[in-house]
Write a protein that binds this ligand. Structure first.
Ligand SMILES: NC(=O)c1ccc[n+]([C@@H]2O[C@H](COP(=O)([O-])OP(=O)(O)OC[C@H]3O[C@@H](n4cnc5c(N)ncnc54)[C@H](OP(=O)(O)O)[C@@H]3O)[C@@H](O)[C@H]2O)c1
Length: 273
């Protein structure tokens, strides 16, 4: 039996992916930062699920986890899925606090770098292991209101693509770019934003199934969901105008976050605030 390490298993896509693995008789070590939520997942998923409680942005925790796996002489770790992530609230870049900026880059980008670095020696004990990084459609095309999130996911995309070349022949490296999915990731957004995402989003279990298939079928890159595919195609053919096109669609929407952002822009121009 082989084992997958999945981060961010206490909800959404990560939890559904863990469920799916276990249904397929793949053991899961699930990383989460909330002990109570992890225990609930463990009760739900049973003995093939092992919880690991730490914050993915904690480098020392990754080193300690890697040391533990080394001591246990684990040779069964077939796959690392860097899935944990967060979406900061939608606003203009100068409205983010320093804490929000650092936390977003730590969680969405640096955590996957720490995890890959710490766990590579253990993964290499398995024949052709996999590292799969969950980025986002936001890594494929940027727009107003998501500067921080897009930048963190684009950094992860670039890291993934370089790492794939560096580890060619040793590790399969999969870039995953999901589109909108109905999960708790929108918890920091205004109600209208949340309800739009819920309206167009794919179900988390369906997204997890597609992610699982992409990993199993040894895909290098999977862009999943209609909106993600559209953003990919638009940016590929119209790299200069796509950010403006996407932003102007959002500007015309009646969503609170965009109304506030563009009111701020008007005030800046008029010298008021
Ligand atoms: N939903 C979408 O529309 C969408 C689209 C594209 C990409 N994605 C990406 O998909 C991934 C999964 O997100 P989701 O939609 O399933 O959202 P979610 O339901 O909010 O799940 C995120 C998971 O990451 C965990 N997490 C966040 N920060 C962490 C930290 N510092 N340490 C440990 N765990 C942490 C959360 O734990 P807690 O329960 O403790 O918060 C939760 O288990 C993310 O990388 C997200 O950016 C989502």
């Amino acid at each position: 039996m082989n084992t997958w390490i999945i981060t961010g298993v206490t909800s959404g896509i990560g939890k559904e992916l863990a469920k799916l693995c276990i249904r397929k008789q793949i053991a899961v070590i699930g990383v989460g930062r909330n002990q109570e939520k992890l225990q609930k997942v463990q009760q739900e998923l049973g003995p093939l699920f092992t919880p690991m409680c730490f914050d993915v942005s904690d480098t020392l925790a990754w080193d300690a986890f890697a040391k533990k796996l080394q001591e246990e002489n684990r040779t069964d770790i077939a796959c690392l899925v860097n899935n944990a992530g967060q979406l900061p609230s939608c606003k203009r870049f100068d409205a983010y606090s320093l804490e929000e900026i650092q936390r977003t880059m730590q969680t969405n980008f640096l955590a996957a770098v720490y995890a890959s670095k710490a766990l590579l020696p253990i993964l290499l004990k398995y024949n052709k292991p996999t590292i799969a990084n969950v980025t986002s459609s936001a890594a494929l095309a940027s727009m107003a209101g998501t500067s921080l999130y897009s930048a963190s996911k684009a950094a992860l995309k670039a890291f993934t693509e370089s790492m794939r070349e560096e580890l060619k022949g040793l590790v399969r490296v999969v870039l995953l770019c999901p589109g909108t999915t109905k999960t708790d990731v929108f918890r920091n957004q205004a109600e209208d934003f949340k309800s739009n995402a819920n309206h167009i989003g794919m179900r988390a279990d369906v997204m997890a199934k597609k992610i699982f298939a992409a990993i199993q079928h040894k895909k290098r890159r999977a862009v999943i969901g209609f909106d993600a595919k559209m953003m990919d195609i638009l940016y590929r053919y119209f790299p200069r105008s796509t950010p403006a096109t996407l932003s102007s669609v959002l500007k015309k929407s009646k969503m609170d976050a965009y109304q506030t952002m563009y009111r701020k822009e008007k005030n800046d121009k008029n010298g008021t605030n």
